[in-house]
Each structure stands twice: as C-alpha cells, then as structure tokens.
Design a protein around this ligand. Structure first.
Ligand code: ATP
Ligand code: MG
Length: 756
C-alpha cells in the first residue's frame, strides 16, 4: 500500500489487552477470532469487527482466527462460507491457516456436555417448551425448578445419549445447565444447552441429532481454539456470566474472556443480514452485491476500497456504549481515500453538443492529478502529463447550459463566458434549434486569454474521440436517517439508482487497469467489474465529490433544457388499454374476482394471462392475481425469463402457502426466487430453507421472555393495563424472529403471560 495507515488511537480493548500481556496472562499470547455465522453476506458492521479483531491480534504479535459459527443447520450454506473468506481477505486480512468451523467441534462439545452431566451440572428436561419458558419466572419473581432437575447422573447420561441416537422426537427433550432458577440474570436460570433437531447440516450431514445452542457452543469453541480475548458486541453482555460458568464447569484451564464493544450502526443504512435478504428477495436491489447495499460485496462493487473501510473502522473507534455513526463520516473517509487514488478525467452524463468557431484540432494538455496532490507513482507528475484531444466539436453537460440563467449562474448561457477544463475560454454565440424548437447545439467562439473573464469552468469531452459509457448514479438506499427495523421497505429511496448513457474521454476508457476515476465536477466512479467482464463500459458512482453534492450538482429548474429526458413516472390515471389487452382484461375481470390493477398487469401479455389462469387452481383468484402481478412479473423481468417458461401449478401452490399463512409474503418471494432458479416443489423449498412460520411454543416464549426482559418498564405498563402496548410487544417478537414468528401464537403467549 502506498499510504501509511494512521497510528491507531487508544481504545479500551487495546488497553485491556496490553495490561493482560504486561502481566503475562496466557503466557503473553494474544489470540482473537472473528466468528461469523455463514447465513448471509458480511456488511460494513462486520468490517468493524474484522478490523478490530485482526487489528488487535496484529498489533500484539498474535493471531486472529476466522471461525464459522455454524451451529444452526437450517440457515447455513457453503456459498456463504466461501464469500466470507473472500471478503475478509479483500479487506486486507488473511486468516489462513487459522480457518475453523464450530461444526468441527460437535464431537468435542458433545463430550463436554457429558462432562457437565457427570459433574451434576446439567440435566435432561422433559418439560414442554412452553412450560420451560413459563417456569423461568419473570423480572420480579424467581423461576420454578424443573421436576426433572434432580434426575440422577446415570439417567441423564442415558437420556442424553438416546437424544443423540434419535430415539426422541424433536422438541421433546432438551439438555439444560443446572445453575440457579432465582438468578437475577435470566440467562442463568437453567439455560438450554442442547436441543434435538433432525436437520441436515451443510457440513456434518445427518450425523447429529442434537445441536448445541449458541451459549454452549461459542465459549467452548473459543476454549478449544485457545482464544485469549473473545470480543463481541454489546447484546451479549448478559451472556458473559454463562460463558464463564460453562468454561469453569468444563474445567477449562486458562479460559478465554469475553469483552463487549458497541456495534456499528450508521445513519441511512439498514444493517442486518435478515433485512438484506428481504431487499434481495423482494427485488428492491439487484442482488447481494448491488452497489447500494452496505454488504462488503456491494461496497466493493461500488468502488469502496479496503483501505477506506479500514480507516473508517479506526475513525469510528471502539466504544462501550451503542451509538449511531453518521454516514457522512464514512463518505468523507471514502473521499479522502479516492482523492489520493483516482486519476481525474472528464465525462459528460447528459451530452449537449458545442461547436467551436475557428478551431481545428488543437489538442490541449492536462494532468492526471492536481500538481499539489500526492499522486500514485504510475502517473507522471507534470502539468503537461497528458494530451487531451480537442476538435471543433465537443460535448458539455446539458445541465451546464441555461437559456435564461438564474441569478448567480456560473455556467454557460447565451452570450456567457466560461473556461473549459485544461482548455480555452469560450463564449456562447448561438443556440441552434431543431424543427421542434429544441436546442441541439451551441455555437461558441474561442476567446483569447484575457479577452473576457470566465464565470466558471466546465468539463467537456471531444466529440470525435469520446466513448459512450453507461453511468450508474447510486444514491442512498434509504431516505430516512434512522430506518425503522420492520417498515424500512416503505422508507427506501425511490431514486436510489439512475442510469444514464453519456460520454467519457477516450483516455479513461482506454485504461482498463484503472478502476477508480474522478470525473471532474461529476463524482468518483468505479468501473463496474461485472460489466467489464462482459466487455461493457459501465461506471458506478462511488460517491459525490463533496457533501451535499446532490443539491449542488442539479441544475436550477429554469436551467433545465426542455430536451433533458425526465424519468418516466407511474402517476395519474391508468393508461388506456390496447384492443387485445382490453379483451384479455375484460375476460379476466368477467370470470374472476380479482383487483383491477392486478388484472391490468396480467392482461398486458398473453403469457401472463395464461400463466394466471393455470395457476389459479389452488389458491384464491385474488391472492393468485396479486402475486402474479406484483411479485412474479417483476421477478421474471429481473431475471430475464418468459412467463411461458414458468411452472404455473407450482406458482399456485406457492400462493396457497402464503395465503394459508404457512409462510409470510417475504418468504414467498424467497421461495419464488429458488423456484425460478431451480424448479421444484414450493412446500419442499419452504422446508429446505426453514422458512415456515414458527408457532413452536418454546421458540415463541423464549423470544417473548427476551423481549419482556429487555423492556421491563413497558412490560410493567402493560401489566398495569396499558393495552396499547400489546402490539408493541408482538412487533418486537416478530422482529426478533426475523418476521417468522406466528403473530397469533405470540399474542396468545403474551396474554397467557399477563393472566398469571
Ligand atoms: P446481523 O445480525 O447484523 O446480520 P450477525 O450479528 O448475525 O449480523 P454474525 O455472523 O453473528 O452476524 O456476526 C459475526 C461477528 O460480527 C460477531 O462477532 C458480531 O458481534 C459482529 N458484528 C455483527 N454486526 C456487527 C456490527 N454492526 N458492528 C460490529 N460488529 C458486528
Ligand atoms: Mg448473529
């Protein structure tokens, strides 16, 4: 790397590790770990955790492990495993050879569980899930000991072995730690260690019938890897006591210790794998690596550099209290980095032709970087470093010309004078119009230096040599500062992507080795690697040139040329239908009771009409029509498939699953994506992906307990009769469950809790 990393500022973890090293703890060793669950793509919050863990290890001459925390068989996939390693490496850290999997420890963990049983510290509990939750007590009352708590060691050993042998039904028994049912810390009230699960694990297959819970697996995985400092986010603060208890119970010498830090939250940013899944599967973005996504894959494709991310992680620092970092801090860190890295070139996004009088091909000279900026060594440092061709015809940006300029206009207008970047000063003599009265060309005169004072400086490209390119202008994905966890879809910025075809100077197009560019007066751009691989020239806007660039760069309303294309909008009354469409529409609404808007969409083509009519057999016509019109049509378009290639019967079954409440609408979209990609049976896909709604009482009450425990004040108000809080709590459980909890079951569990 050409630029030195800044010296890291002090933080409490660094101080704490330095003290441990100084007093010779762990023989002076420092071993940290980054433990992602391979159930989705990494995001910028993970980058903070990665930089922290790898950074601290490096600083103290230690190592940092990459450990896949893969103890949930239903949600984890090989695909994510590979992607995670790739992005950790991209960020600048190579964990190899220290790449581990919690699932490799299933055997050892099972032995530790038996060890706890033999010491009388764990027991098999047969209480139904609901009952376990119920007897855990509340914030104000102690829990009730399980009647199975006093089982003999021999009986517990036997039952646990038979749980693993597959003798008992899923959910019929669990292994619990025997701690303290009156402990003020809920996590210590005989927490669950193991559950029976007949699920296929992506690495261990069907070998295991019992799977450890996070609290049991995590601390022991740390111990097995001889981690010294186990750094995690603040949500796990209450789990620390259990972490220590399990390691003590398992007689781990020199046990690791858990330390918590504040997770990264950022304004205008949704940050959770579960929400990304919604964005992707509902088609709000173009995949996990859409440049608008805060995933590392998305940021990389937008042109964010690993260096900028590492600097950002340093700049936000490490705190002990949760807070919200402003996205502007990230953007300014990014601009600092790109400013040093990206050569300057010119591009015109909305070309307007300019003809220069009295000029025939005098090329001009320019620089790749301003002379007062440190530039990468591969660029010559000379004010004549590059030749910029300039013929008699040029293009400027349409937004840089106003026929009737507003006050304070510094760009071109009839009779106005501006300088062209690297070039001469010009005056606009004439605006040429076509038959329709639109301005097609400006005729400008080249002035001698000093003849008139230019109002401003404009970027331009040479008409003879410029190359067409697509520019993807990305903006913030959400338009509100603090997106609401569950309703963020309504808060998405409808204009987060604008695609324009413009022109770029040939010098930039001809340097495929340079990925980052600063197009003067336009922004920082990154050559899209996916398009590049297909031989297309596409530039993704990484970020604007300065804060608030958006307002600054958009022309004043009067300045807009009539010919400037406006983005089509779906507003106003529905457009009249063509005769064929109208005939299909009439037939549809005549035969089926379906919403008008859906009928219009379906009637738009013969194929979708046929698809709908064959799909409608299982679910209700209205639900089928709405799904076909609002979900399927868009999805087909985004994957470039014909409606005629779709298995209509499967679509009908999928709609029935959503309509019957087996899965939520978001899950319906997920199933659809898989169905279109691989075919198959919707019900089977639902079970393979573990998507069905959860009404399992233990799951529901565990979530509910967690929520009640975290919001004691609200719970007291609810108990005191403030019924309006019911919805709040149901919502919180829904959120915690990733939208999968069955709301009826949650409401029922909550009202049972209130009656007690
Ligand atoms: P999310 O809920 O955001 O999708 P996660 O916490 O489920 O993420 P894991 O794979 O469990 O993701 O996380 C791996 C590590 O990254 C954990 O140690 C976790 O504490 C850390 N981490 C996750 N999100 C953040 C964040 N926003 N800021 C800092 N660290 C984070
Ligand atoms: Mg997690």
């Amino acid at each position: 790397m050409s630029t030195p990393e800044p010296t890291p500022p002090p933080n409490f973890l660094r101080t704490l590790i330095a003290a441990d090293v100084a007093r010779g703890a762990y023989g002076g060793r420092v071993v940290t770990r980054f433990p992602p669950e391979p159930n989705g793509y990494l995001h910028i919050g993970h980058a903070k955790a990665i930089c922290l863990n790898f950074g601290l290890a490096q600083e103290f001459g230690g190592v940092c492990h990459l450990r896949y925390d893969d103890t949930n068989p239903e949600t984890e996939r090989e695909e994510y495993v590979a992607k995670i390693l790739e992005l950790v490496q991209w960020l600048g850290f190579d964990p190899r050879p220290n790449v581990f999997f919690a699932s490799d420890y299933f055997g050892a963990l099972y032995d530790y569980a038996n060890h706890l049983i033999r010491k009388g510290l764990a027991y098999v509990c047969d209480l139904p899930d609901e009952e376990i939750s119920r007897t855990r007590g509340s914030v104000s009352e102690a829990g009730t000991p399980s009647p199975y708590r006093s089982r003999s060691v021999a009986e517990n050993l036997d039952l646990f072995a038979r749980m693993q042998a597959g003798e008992f039904a899923e959910g019929s028994r669990v292994l619990r730690a025997k701690i303290d049912m009156a402990n003020p810390n809920f996590k210590m009230r005989d927490p669950l260690l193991y559950r029976i699960k007949f699920a296929h694990h992506y690495r261990t297959g069907d070998r295991w019938k019992v799977y450890p819970f996070y609290d049991f697996a995590h601390c022991l995985s740390d111990a097995i890897e001889k981690i010294t400092h186990s750094i995690c986010t603040l949500e796990f603060e209450n789990n620390r006591e259990l972490y220590d208890w399990i390691l003590a119970g398992c007689d781990i010498p020199e046990p690791p210790h858990q330390h918590e830090f504040a997770r990264l939250n950022m304004t205008y940013t949704v940050m959770s794998k579960r929400r990304f899944l919604r964005l992707v599967t509902e088609g709000h973005v173009d995949g996990w690596d859409d440049p608008r996504m805060p995933t590392l894959a998305g940021l990389r494709r937008r042109g964010v550099t690993p260096e900028a991310l590492r600097h950002f992680a340093e700049r936000v620092g490490v705190a002990k209290a949760n807070s919200m970092v402003e996205v502007e801090l990230f953007e300014s860190t990014l601009r600092d980095d790109l400013n040093r890295r990206a050569p300057r070139a010119m591009a015109v996004l909305h070309p307007l032709k300019v003809r220069l009088l009295d000029r025939t091909g005098h090329d001009v000279r320019g620089t790749w970087f301003p002379l007062d900026t440190a530039a990468p060594a591969r660029f010559a440092r000379d004010k004549n470093a590059r030749v910029v061709p300039m013929g008699e015809a040029l293009y400027i940006d349409a937004s840089d010309f106003a026929e009737t300029p507003p006050n304070g206009w510094h760009r071109l207008c009839p009779g106005g004078v501006v300088r062209l970047v690297f070039g001469p000063v010009i005056r606009c003599e004439l605006a040429v119009r076509d038959a329709a009265g639109r301005i097609t060309e400006l005729v400008c005169k080249v002035l001698a230096e000093g003849e008139a004072k230019p109002k401003g400086t404009l970027q331009w490209v040479d008409a003879a040599t410029a190359v067409p390119a697509e520019f993807r202008l990305y903006d913030r994905l959400v338009r509100v500062e603090k997106p609401t966890p569950d309703d963020f879809i309504d808060e998405l910025n409808p204009n987060s992507l604008e695609v324009v075809t413009g022109l770029v100077e040939r010098a930039a197009a001809q340097r495929p080795d340079e990925a980052h560019w600063q197009f003067q007066r336009v922004g920082y751009f990154f050559r899209d690697p996916v398009a590049a691989a297909e031989g297309r020239l596409v530039f993704n806007r990484t970020t604007g040139l300065r804060e608030g660039w958006k307002e600054d760069a958009s022309p004043a309303p009067q300045a807009r040329l009539p010919s400037t294309p406006l983005r089509p909008r779906e507003v106003g009354p529905p457009r009249p239908l063509s005769p064929q469409v109208a005939a299909r529409y009439d037939a549809l609404v005549g035969r089926w009771d379906i919403p008008d808007a859906a009928a219009r969409t379906i009637a738009a083509s013969d194929d979708t009409t046929a698809l709908f009519e064959s799909a409608v057999k299982v679910a209700s016509p209205a639900a089928t029509a709405v799904f076909v019109a609002n979900v399927l049509v868009g999805e087909l378009r985004s994957v470039g498939r014909e409606a005629s290639s779709v298995n209509a019967a499967a679509i009908g079954e999928l709609v029935a699953l959503v309509e019957g409440g087996t899965i939520g609408p978001a899950q319906g979209k997920q199933v659809l994506v898989v169905l279109l990609a691989e075919g198959g049976d919707p019900a089977e896909i639902v079970s393979r992906l573990g998507l069905s709604k959860i009404s399992d009482p233990l799951a529901i009450t565990t979530w509910l307990d967690d929520v009640l425990h975290r919001h004691p004040a609200e719970f007291e108000r609810l108990q005191a009769g403030q019924g309006s809080l019911l919805g709040y709590f149901v919502g919180q459980v829904l959120k915690l469950s990733g939208g999968r909890a069955d709301t009826t079951a949650v409401a029922a569990a909550l009202s049972r809790r209130l009656k007690r």
